[in-house]
Design a protein around this ligand. Structure first.
Ligand code: KMT
Ligand code: NI
Length: 174
């Protein structure tokens, strides 16, 4: 996993957009974002233990690529890249391929987390974020959820949303 500030240029979202300024794991932890790497023989056991500990009983696997999605791929990729939040955690484990998760920091800058196979990310409820495939156009990811998936993306702005308000309080309190 690499973490850096996005360069904020508007070219193809699938490019690296690396500003050259690295962001430390501790800095993203302060945003409530948790990142892990589970690889090797025990990887799936580790993912399952984490899921269990957080009360996630269900999972599915999504493959995002032109081969698996056909004509709707381009459209889906654009949709994932629209800034939004959720009222629940978003947990993703990269099984194969790679992807970018961009999250807003306290100064509203985009922090980009480039995830590779074995990387797992937990985004807290209420954080503004977006997702993109990379120039490889391929990711296979496990999505963990409790009962019914609550993945409805609420587009920015939704600053008065209760989960947003609580999230902002949680990161400004420390
Ligand atoms: C999301 O919510 O943006 C996604 O699920 C993206 C695909 S999972 C790598
Ligand atoms: Ni999301």
């Amino acid at each position: 996993m690499r973490i850096y500030y996005h360069d904020n240029t508007a070219e193809d979202q699938r490019l690296d957009h690396d500003s050259g300024v690295e962001v430390l794991p501790e800095a993203v932890a302060k945003l409530g974002v948790l990142a892990y790497n589970f690889s090797g023989a025990a990887a799936l056991d580790n993912v399952n233990s984490l899921a269990k500990a957080r009360g996630y009983k269900n999972q599915d696997v999504i493959t995002i690529s032109p081969a698996s999605m056909g004509d709707v791929y381009e459209e889906k990729v654009k949709t994932f890249y629209k800034e939004h939040l959720h009222e629940d955690e978003e947990i993703r484990y990269v099984v194969e391929g790679e992807g970018f998760f961009d999250v807003r920091d306290v100064e509203d800058r985009w922090v980009r987390l480039q995830l590779d196979a074995g990387d797992l990310i937990i985004l807290p409820a209420g954080i503004y974020h977006r997702f993109s495939t990379t120039s490889s156009d391929y990711i296979k990811a496990m999505r963990l959820f409790k009962d019914e998936p609550k993945w409805t993306p609420l587009p920015r702005p939704c600053d008065d949303n209760q989960y947003r308000v609580e999230y902002v309080q949680s990161i400004t309190a420390n």
